[in-house]
Design a protein around this ligand. Sequence first.
Ligand SMILES: [Zn+2]
Ligand SMILES: [Zn+2]
Length: 272
Amino acid sequence: MGPEDLVRVGSYLSVLGVMATWELLAPRRKLTASKICRWGGNLTIVTLNTIIARLLFAGGAVAAAAMAQERGWGLLNWVDWPVWLEFGLAVVALDLIIYCQHQVFHLVPILWRFHMMHHSDLDLDVSSGVRFHPVEIVISMLVKSAAVCALGVAPLAVVAFEIVLNSTALFNHSNVRIPLAVEPVLRWFVVTPDMHRIHHSVAPRETNSNYGFNVPWWDRLFGTYCAEPALGQTGMTIGLEHLGPPVCLNLFMMLRFPFVTTLGRYAGRTQP
Ligand SMILES: [Zn+2]
Ligand SMILES: [Zn+2]
């Protein structure tokens, strides 16, 4: 394990620990499903995803960035702008690509099948931030690596982006109560838990909104922003409306979920 991996694991465990404690001390909503069952499934699938990503993409997007730099590929390798500017542009551009990719996963039915597993969580807390089907993880890795090569992102900027993205995903899925005077100001700068929770509403209009993970600007810019759920943060239902009686999925059920479930009223639309 290199120093870069230590920073990744250290920041991941720190954010996970802080958010899990914050959720216990100041929860935003009352949880409805067994936490042991949900955390068991969510933490097992992130372990599986980490192993699969390591086996398939040894160095991940960072290796793609190093290769692009060595061979002079990508827009940012053709210009000679200040490092801080190239770094900032790369991180913002990658975030826009992730936002677009998230919309495509909602728009295309076959992709929605896999992404739907993320939306099948019956509650939303910090563990939901790592609940993704392995097929979605592999596709995301391919998209990110292609984007890194096309943009010519420096390896260090990729590491920074991935650490920020993982941290914000844990933050914005957590069930934390942020003071009501602070939250509306904070969501101008980062996607907050109250903002992303709307994306997990069972109401299709609300599911197809708030696609951002890091910065909230793309949703406001492209008309996919939803400020509040119709039933309020504590009255809304989390999950998918067509799944019948709520069932907490174990790892096996999570993996086969895309192949056995119906699409519901969600796929094919990306606007609220
Ligand atoms: Zn989604
Ligand atoms: Zn989510």
